[in-house]
Design a protein around this ligand. Structure first.
Ligand SMILES: *[C@@H]1O[C@H](CO)[C@@H](O)[C@H](O)[C@H]1NC(C)=O
Ligand SMILES: *[C@@H]1O[C@H](CO)[C@@H](O)[C@H](O)[C@H]1NC(C)=O
Ligand SMILES: *[C@@H]1O[C@H](CO)[C@@H](O)[C@H](O)[C@H]1NC(C)=O
Ligand SMILES: *[C@@H]1O[C@H](CO)[C@@H](O)[C@H](O)[C@H]1NC(C)=O
Length: 368
């Protein structure tokens, strides 16, 4: 009796929520991002209130079914398969500049089989990306890996011609960079933040200004590794960063899976958060003695472990979705780097497409 009424209510809620979402269609503009976040927020709020009933319904319907933990939800989702890519490189290439100075032709694609194929990932072209990002503010902060992400994103949305117009500034090392892509009203900021501590400062600043971007991409580690050279310090700075990222989130549900408390704030817009992982380091190719001494696979593993331990990443129950540059650069291989640390554009192009497909999934525009 009771559960029948609740089911009817749920059905009504679903119609109210999902029909407009379907009608809103394919494109994700700033307003639609806002819309979807509100929808998500309502879903969350309704979910929290109905959870006790929902639980009893699901037990009633199928006693063996256990409600999935967040991690298993992540594993079931297409987001989990986003990094299933492969690279193709010219056969005669052994280094990035093998063909008498001309850069080797490299390409990549998603693996076309099994669950990965079902997810229907697609490389967004300039026009798709423009539609998706129209009206958004994208903030990228971090070290040179993050900067290379900015280069790839810009290349996608303004094309090679546009890059020549604005690209010069970006080549300047160790500086901030800001551009408004007028055609699509996209604001793109790069903040030079080589240490995790610099990222934390930026989070505090965003909190003070009460102005949040739509998409935020963060990443730091190589400078901590080279210049601080203390892995436990890196770990604790990541914990501080995580706390400060969580403090920014409009809906701060308990990510540790404890209380499940939902706090409402003035802004309920959903912030899309990404972490740019560290690349595969090829020690013999690094260009200084200090780097060769301090940067190798063993050290990289210990630094990556700290990232996992800090629970900063979605993969370990945190707020940021990792763009796994280490995996991608490893798949591309040694002929995709000249200095053992910064990789060819194709690696960061892949990461950008992974990010854009994640945005499509998060906004319900793709198979979940
Ligand atoms: C590279 O240059 C040499 C001579 O300069 C030429 O014989 C060779 O065919 C070139 N290789 C490629 C792959 O273009
Ligand atoms: C971006 O959105 C604006 C208004 O919402 C629209 O006029 C413009 O055509 C859009 N541009 C692109 C490239 O989609
Ligand atoms: C980053 O942090 C370091 C150490 O705290 C500081 O010396 C440096 O000025 C900061 N850099 C930027 C760009 O904020
Ligand atoms: C690393 O930093 C911690 C504090 O975070 C300190 O206790 C430890 O002595 C440092 N280790 C080295 C080798 O400097």
């Amino acid at each position: 009796m009771m559960s029948g009424a609740v089911q009817l209510g749920l059905l009504a809620a679903c119609i109210v929520l999902f029909v407009p979402m379907g009608m809103a269609g394919w494109h994700l503009s700033r307003n639609k991002m806002l819309f979807f976040s509100c929808a998500l927020f309502i879903t969350l709020a309704v979910g929290v209130h109905l959870m006790p009933y929902l639980y009893s319904i699901s037990v009633f319907l199928s006693p063996s079914e256990v409600i999935s933990a967040p991690t298993s939800l992540y594993r079931d989702s297409c987001v989990f398969f986003l990094h299933s890519v492969m690279y193709k490189v010219d056969r005669e290439c052994n280094s990035p500049f093998d063909n008498n100075g001309t850069v080797c032709k490299k390409s990549w694609e998603w693996i076309r089989s099994g669950r990965v194929a079902e997810c229907e990932f697609q490389k967004l072209k300039k026009s798709d990306a423009s539609d998706l990002l129209n009206g958004s503010w994208i903030l990228v902060a971090g070290d040179s890996q993050a900067r290379l992400m900015v280069v790839s994103l810009l290349k996608l949305v303004v094309g090679s011609d546009g890059m020549e117009r604005i690209g010069v500034d970006l080549m300047k090392r160790h500086t901030d960079y800001s551009v408004m892509v007028e055609e699509i009203g996209m604001k793109l900021d790069f903040i030079w933040a080589p240490f995790v501590g610099n990222l934390t400062e930026l989070m505090l600043q965003l909190k003070r200004n009460k102005n949040l971007p739509d998409v935020m991409v963060l990443g730091a580690g190589l400078w901590d590794m080279l210049h601080v050279n203390n892995v436990s310090e890196y770990g604790s700075s990541l914990h501080v960063l995580r706390d400060n990222v969580l403090a920014l989130l409009p809906v701060s549900s308990n990510l540790d899976g404890g209380g499940g408390e939902v706090i409402e704030s003035k802004s309920t817009r959903l912030l899309h958060l990404f972490w740019v992982g560290m690349p595969t380091l090829i020690t013999s190719m690094l260009n200084t003695e200090e780097k060769r001494l301090r940067m190798n696979d063993v050290v990289l593993n210990s630094y990556d472990n700290e990232v996992t331990e800090s629970k900063l990443l979605r993969q370990s129950g945190g707020p940021l979705l990792k763009l796994d540059i280490r995996l991608l650069s490893d798949l591309c291989g040694p002929h995709c780097t000249a200095d053992g640390m910064h990789y060819d554009g194709v690696v960061y192009d892949t990461a950008i497409q992974i990010m854009l497909n994640a945005l499509l999934i998060e906004s319900n525009q793709k198979p979940q």
